[in-house]
Design a protein around this ligand. Structure first.
Ligand code: 6PG
Ligand code: NI
Length: 202
């Protein structure tokens, strides 16, 4: 009798304490979880990111370039924890350069990250600590391992939004001072209707 009562208390406690999972709509990457965080970047906030500053200043600063939704199941900075997010970049260009994220390295340099493309097409631009810059093609289903130390930026080269899901360590942090403020060594621009990687100096 006493044992039965104890068992009941235990099962109630289990129901109260059992965590509710988050939900991902795998068709579009949309996340559903209490406390979901969101941030958006408009053209006007992306100062100095695009090469053609004249073209940038002619565009509407209120234009949304990208949004990020993410879930922090543990507090930011927790060693050993993970975050999950979704980045959506709109199609568009500033001059010849496609809409893209600011790009960053992780503050804790050895923290790696996974990116997975859900919809759309683009390029994942990567730059290592020596300045070597390259890209990987992003298409639905492409899964990208971004090693620690490597700066990363998503470029939308398509005509529809690109949606990319990501998983990264909760103590990684973001460092936007790429190469002491000089940025990536190469950019993705449109040439004769196709995206190409060109030196940032060109
Ligand atoms: C991260 C991820 C990713 C990234 C967004 C926006 O480390 O958090 O790489 O969520 O932050 O795609 O890109 P920016 O942080 O470069 O603006
Ligand atoms: Ni990152």
């Amino acid at each position: 009798m006493l044992f039965g009562c104890f068992r009941e208390v235990l099962s109630v406690a289990y129901i109260v304490m059992s965590p509710v999972p988050a939900f991902v709509d795998w068709a579009d990457g949309r996340l559903q979880v209490p406390g979901l965080k969101v941030s958006e970047k408009k053209l006007g906030q992306l100062t100095g990111i695009f090469r053609d500053q004249q073209a940038w200043s002619r565009l509407d600063p209120e234009t949304i370039v990208y949004r990020v939704w993410w879930w922090e199941p543990v507090p930011s900075g927790t060693e050993g924890g993970l975050f999950w997010g979704l980045t959506e970049i709109q199609p568009g260009r500033v001059g010849k350069e496609y809409f893209m994220t600011r790009g960053h390295r992780h503050v804790v340099r050895n923290r790696a990250e996974f990116y997975g493309t859900i919809t759309g097409t683009g390029k994942l631009v990567l730059m290592d600590a020596s300045g070597r810059t390259w890209f990987e093609d992003m298409t639905p289903g492409s899964l990208h391992y971004i090693a620690g130390e490597v700066a990363h930026r998503i470029v939308n080269t398509g005509e529809v939004p690109i949606r990319v899901t990501a998983c990264w360590p909760s103590d990684a942090g973001h460092d936007y001072e790429i190469a002491g403020g000089h940025g990536f060594n190469a950019r993705i621009v449109e040439e004769r209707g196709a995206p190409v990687l060109v030196s940032a100096k060109d």
